[in-house]
Design a protein around this ligand. Structure first.
Ligand code: SF4
Ligand code: SF4
Length: 57
């Protein structure tokens, strides 16, 4: 399953965006959002998010 961002927790630090190897995370309306079609389930963004806002679901 692709990564999912809990927008309530996201502070728009962009750490996940610079970490994602497939560049499938973007900021939309001030919150990180994953394009599930391009996510390879690598979980790098889950590990890097300081707010634990990203999970695999
Ligand atoms: S799991 Fe990997 S490929 Fe998917 S959004 Fe996170 S960093 Fe990008
Ligand atoms: S790393 Fe976490 S807090 Fe930072 S932009 Fe990504 S989801 Fe938001």
């Amino acid at each position: 399953m692709p990564a999912f961002v809990d927008s309530a927790k996201c502070t728009a630090c962009e750490d996940c965006i610079s970490t994602c190897p497939t560049e499938c995370i973007s900021l939309i309306d001030g919150k990180a959002k994953v394009n599930p079609d391009e996510c390879t389930d690598c979980e790098a963004c889950v590990d890097v998010c300081p707010e634990t806002a990203i999970s695999m679901k």
